[in-house]
Design a protein. Structure first.
Length: 364
């Protein structure tokens, strides 16, 4: 396939209707044309965050359809993509002259993808990860796994992490939403915010990368737990208890790993947790419901047809809880259900068998 022609890169400044100014760049690359990658590309293109948005996918025919028909034949098939989105099946061409690169690759494949294509990433061009999970092979948060892969180049390639409550379908439908862009330095976070943020896609900055990542990763198994409860026929009262308990356990692990407790009651913590636990749009929530009704994890994967990050993350949470000597009964119950060690209907009862004490949501 012949790749789309790329104009010489330039940066201009425009002013939104808000009080802050944002940058419109010549080109942004989004690597990964699944639901979330397609939605991110849609938003960045529609709201003119870049003159051209290149959406990378492995399949050449899919890339041709994105360019020529303005449709992703595998995701949102009824949606017409903005004219300034082009498809590419070549990573090198996709990222060439880009001002910012979004990594919309599933958690378990992201480090190896970056390692394979590292030579194409240029110094001082931010890499923004959308992954929400713990990398099983390295047993690391995705930020630590990426830093390890970058090696000596970690000093020159800016890294940032996009997280928060955001369903891909609602992004494509133009629903306003607020998310977090996290990085270790204000300079990098601010640059990504200025390029990506707009009225319908409002990005707040956090310098607590660990806390943000813990919120994004742990809310997925929590949503599986809420889906199990809903699948068993329990109502919103039960789910509310699960959500509250999940947030407490998320906070405990985040703090143990070096995150800030207040991050877990913000957009990337409680905000994303609420969205994922209470909606059937969540793949993790749907999987929980299927497990409750008797499906195996493998059968649920086939039915959903997309990556469900909460499943591999569940065991990693238990491993980390053991290391840091944390009880985390809710997450342990979800992991045990997914592993087939206990029945779904026994999971909640196992949690409730503990002796109740004082509410300690804001204390250890």
């Amino acid at each position: 396939m012949s790749e789309p022609s790329l104009k010489k890169q330039k940066t201009t400044t425009t002013t939104t209707t808000s009080s802050s100014s944002t940058s419109t760049v010549e080109k942004i690359a989004v690597l990964g044309a699944g639901s979330y990658g397609t939605a991110i590309a849609f938003v960045l293109a529609k709201y003119k965050r870049a003159e051209q948005v290149v959406l990378y996918c492995r399949n050449e025919k899919q890339a041709e359809s994105i360019t020529n028909e303005h449709k992703n034949p595998k995701r949102f098939t009824g949606c017409i993509l903005p004219d300034n989105i082009v498809g590419s099946s070549n990573v090198e061409e996709a990222v060439k002259n880009a001002s910012l690169i979004v990594l919309a690759i599933p958690t378990q494949h992201l480090p190896s993808f970056v390692k394979k294509n590292l030579s194409y990433f240029k110094d001082n061009v931010p890499l923004v990860s959308t992954a929400k999970g713990i990398h099983v092979k390295s047993h690391k948060l995705i930020s630590n796994a990426l830093e390890e892969v970058l090696g000596d180049r970690v000093k020159n390639i800016p890294l940032a992490y996009l997280s928060g409550p955001s369903f891909a379908k609602e992004m494509v439908n133009g629903h306003p939403m607020a998310l977090i862009i996290a990085s270790h330095t204000m300079e990098i976070a601010r640059k990504c915010q200025e390029i990506m943020s707009c009225l319908h896609f409002r990005l707040y900055i956090s310098l607590d990368v660990t806390g943000v990542e813990c919120g994004g990763a742990l809310k997925n198994p929590a949503a599986i737990g809420s889906g199990i409860a809903q699948g068993l026929g329990y109502g919103q009262s039960t789910v509310a208890g699960i959500v509250t308990r999940s947030c407490k356990e998320m906070r405990e692990l985040a703090v143990a790993l070096g995150g800030k407790p207040e991050t877990l009651v913000g957009l990337s913590g409680f905000g994303d947790l609420m969205l994922t636990c209470f909606s059937s749009q969540s793949r993790n929530n749907r999987l929980g419901g299927m497990i409750a009704k008797g499906m195996t994890v493998e059968e649920a994967f086939v039915e959903i047809g997309e990556v469900v990050e909460g499943v591999p993350t569940a065991n990693e949470i238990v491993r980390l809880a053991d290391i840091h000597k944390l009880r985390m009964p809710l997450f342990r119950a979800v992991a045990a259900i997914l592993a087939g060690k206990i029945k779904p209907e026994d999971g909640l009862m196992m949690i409730n068998q503990r002796q109740p004490g004082l509410e300690r949501f804001l204390s250890s």
